[in-house]
Design a protein around this ligand. Sequence first.
Ligand SMILES: [Zn+2]
Length: 448
Amino acid sequence: MQTQITCPNCGTPYVADIYQVVDVGRQPQLKELLLSGQLNVAVCPNCGAGGRVATPLLYHDPAHDLFMVHVPQEMNLDQRRREELIGRLVQQVVNQTPMERRRGYMLQPQTMLTMQSFMEKVWGTEGVTPEMLARQQRQVELLRTLATASPDVQEYLIKERSREIDETLFAILRAQIEATSQMGDPNQVVGLLNLQAKLMTQTDVGRRLEKQQIALHALNRDAQKAGGLSPAILLKHIIANVEDEALLNAVALTGRGALNYEFFSLLTTEIDKREKAKDTAGAARLSRARDQLLAMQKEMQEATQQVLQEAQATLDDIMTAADTEEGVAANMGRIDDAFMHVLEARMIHAEQSGRRDEVEKLRHIQEMIIAQIQGETPPEVQLLTQLVSAGSKEERDQLMAAVPDLVSPQLVEIVEMLLDQATTQGQADLAARLGEVRSELDAKLLAQ
Ligand SMILES: [Zn+2]
């Protein structure tokens, strides 16, 4: 719900999206926002002040029979007004639920006195216990202490609290580095990067993650050199990492684009070769790897199938909405690449069957989504999209000259990331264009 807010800091009125009802059966993306702490957060466009907005929140998760409500103390409502408010929200959920899905528990939501107990329940449906949450909180605090501690204290803490330094801690640290570099405090970023490097070399988990990064980097480098990832290149790296199950998995996951029929027949040839050479141990190791990879491929195919089915369902929702624009707005959180593919496929099908009205409607939906996404795209990505589709170096020079502030080392980083991605996914053409853009950017930055 678009809600008018007056900034408590500078008095500027502005509009924010505030939800009082989260029904994850209908809008699963709201659960992600809630868990990542981004639901009902308002930030003043004028002075940047903001945070979580105090609002009542009714939560419904039909898959877990969870129906609960939290009304913040600071709203200062008396008993009668609280009950009226809750009753109104409950009514809203009930009205939106088809008759056959209404349940007895929907008459009376469970009241959560604090937002913390409310969130613990939501995390519980994800299999995350309060103990796990508390552990994560301690890891965040440990990182905060480490980031500002002197080298001696750092070393002491790394030994003393080694049991808390696990992959989750590294993931939190990576997220912090990313967030800090976006806010543009270079000193802080350097400090966090140094801490990361230290943790990488001084802890078991860190050394394992580093090994993994090296293995993946080698894969990406070979793929880039060859202008794309081929089954043969993937196989070479699978064989190189066959002794270490975790590395094998990481390599296969990164190179999953090449995990196809050709790959498996090459792998079988390798196994036969070892059998002929009486290398029984080697053949057995590769056979085990093949079983593991086949299972992984099957799992991924099933996941793809599910993603496509979900995209179909989203498109059906939008197509049958009374108001198409509202349908698109309500489903924006569910729109991804898979959805766009499904949309495109249905448009082609409708065109071939001569269903003009349907084609028009689908095209209208596509246009609305593209407009919405472009509005949300960061300026760096918009620039890159233009650079990659530009026809000549002159055109790219002009594009870059128009936005000199965007031509920065950060932009080079984004290009490298996309380049890695394009190479691994076998998009040779895109990779070549990105390579051109990168060398031109490098030249510009050197000249500055
Ligand atoms: Zn303000």
